[in-house]
Design a protein around this ligand. Structure first.
Ligand code: ADP
Length: 499
């Protein structure tokens, strides 16, 4: 019995021990469970904080890219700045956002500002001179880096604004292009320590974008201003030119009127001189000396008559009053007549005149008198500007119609010489009336003498005649050289015309 009790007591003791062990283990387990719950809570909290921060960053980045897009949409500062401040204020939810720009007078001026919940009621033009004793905006501008007032109540630079009673922290970011500071982006919050390091980084990136947009807008404004000035200048110059043109036009008309009147007035006395000189003829038959004097008078009268006729031709061309009497004309005949007329002169100057292919030309519809004048002027010039012993050629060709270019059948005449040539700079001007490529003083006198003087009308008349026939005239010459004599070639295109 005793031994049974002893066994039972031993078993009870063992059981007690086991129970104690179990209880200890249970306490340990409970402790462990408590600890892991706490750990799990911590991890959950950390995760939540991290998620919140990530969400905040994502929102900030999205807002930043939206404002960034806005920045590129405006070309003028007036449109850009209000949109930027309103955009940053609305997207980031700050209490106030403003942009100050640095002006020429060394003053920072509020150009745009937007406060939470308010409309654009802020008084613009708030100015901060660069010598102000305290200003957060100024501090950022002068340092060229951001200035953060985490608690405006204790910050030494903070100066309260009347319009912003709720400000508790403020961040001023410089608007910079390289080393140049354009102004400051000022952001205020109703919460103290509202700007974390990461916020500042995002906002400075945004400020850099805004600075570029401001610079672009300033450059654009400069270009617009420059364009306006230029346009004004162009208008002014055009008006001046217009006035000068009118004066020239009036002077040209006066000149033409004078030439017409003078030419007409000269004709009568010239006819009288010719008449009286011819009357003298029978009376001086026996006096060869006086006869040669009278011949001289008649030659001079003839030359003057030609000049007067040229003057009248040129005034008619100028006023588009050249009357053409077109008829089927054989150019070869006209050239042959001219050849005979100049025979003596050509011999005297030892010049040879040859023609080529003239006989192959078709009959053209043209005014024969005008064709004579045209070729006469070209031939006189070829004679005048070719030294003794040279040669002159009149070459003809037929240019078939080119329907594609809208051109009918044309004849081409090329009057070329082995003369002194013409500098390219004069190639167009010599067709203007009274234009002479050389100073008139250098000319010798005489109609067909080498470099003989002329009134500068021959080519103007030639061009007028060609134009009136619907043709073209131009010169080809490599330049002027009295020693090597490169020569000139005058090209004339004349439509064959309908018969
Ligand atoms: P001008 O009465 O002076 O000859 P033109 O109108 O006939 O007037 O010619 C204008 C200018 O063109 C001339 O002064 C001359 O300098 C130049 N010129 C014309 N034809 C020739 C030519 N065949 N060779 C060289 N120069 C020429």
């Amino acid at each position: 019995m005793d031994s049974q009790i002893q066994d039972l007591l031993a078993q009870v003791a063992t059981l007690r021990q086991e129970v104690e062990t179990l209880q200890r283990e249970k306490t340990e387990l409970a402790l462990m469970m408590e600890m892991s719950t706490e750990h799990a809570d911590n991890v959950t909290n950390e995760l939540q904080a991290l998620t919140e921060r990530l969400e905040k960053r994502a929102t900030q980045l999205e807002a930043s890219s939206q404002v960034g897009q806005l920045v590129t949409a405006f070309l003028s500062l007036d449109g850009l700045l209000p949109e930027v401040v309103e955009g940053i204020q609305a997207k980031f939810g700050y209490y106030f956002v403003g942009i100050f720009l640095l002006g020429e007078q060394d003053v920072l001026t509020l150009q745009a500002g937007h406060r939470q919940g308010s409309r654009r009621q802020l008084e613009m033009g708030l100015a901060i001179p660069l010598n102000s004793p305290r200003s957060i905006v100024l501090a950022a501008c002068q340092a060229g880096r951001y200035y953060l007032a985490a608690d405006t109540r204790t910050d030494p630079q903070y100066l309260a604004w009347q319009d912003m009673p709720g400000t508790r922290s403020e961040l001023a970011l410089p608007l910079r292009i390289g080393p140049k500071i354009l102004g400051v982006l000022d952001i205020q919050s109703e919460h103290p320590a509202a700007f974390e390091t990461e916020d500042i980084r995002v906002l400075q990136t945004l400020a850099d974008q805004v600075a570029i947009a401001i610079r672009n807008a300033q450059l654009y404004a400069e270009v617009v201003r420059f364009n306006e000035q230029l346009e004004h200048l162009v208008q002014q110059r055009t008006a001046e030119l217009d006035k000068a043109y009118r004066v020239l036009e009036r002077m040209d008309k006066t000149k033409t009127d004078f030439i017409t009147v003078a030419a007409h007035e000269l004709r009568t006395p010239l006819t009288l001189i010719k008449g009286y000189a011819q009357l003298l003829g029978p009376m001086i038959q026996d006096d060869p000396q006086i006869q040669s004097l009278v011949e001289g008078i008649l030659a001079g009268q003839g030359r003057l008559h030609e000049v007067v006729n040229s003057l009248l031709d040129v005034t008619k061309i100028g006023s588009h009053a050249l009357a053409l009497h077109k008829e089927p004309t054989v150019l070869a005949e006209i050239v042959s007549n001219l050849h005979s007329a100049f025979e003596a002169t050509l011999q005297e100057r030892q010049l040879t005149l040859s023609t080529a292919c003239l006989e192959t030309l078709p009959v053209v519809m043209a005014d024969p008198d005008m064709m004579f004048k045209l070729l006469n002027h070209l031939l006189i010039n070829a004679i005048k500007y070719t030294p003794d012993g040279g040669s002159i050629t009149i070459e003809a060709s037929l240019i078939p119609s080119n329907a594609g270019a809208g051109l009918g059948e044309h004849v081409q005449l090329v009057v070329s010489d082995t003369g002194i040539g013409i500098d390219p700079e004069h190639h167009e001007l010599i067709f203007e009336k009274f234009y002479q490529a050389e100073s008139a003083r250098l000319h010798s006198s005489g109609k067909t003498k080498f470099k003989g003087g002329g009134p500068g009308l021959g080519l103007a008349i030639a061009k007028g005649i060609v134009d009136a026939h619907g043709g073209r005239i131009w010169v080809e010459s490599s330049g002027r050289d009295e020693v090597s004599c490169p020569g000139s070639a005058f090209h004339v295109l004349l439509p064959v015309g309908n018969h």
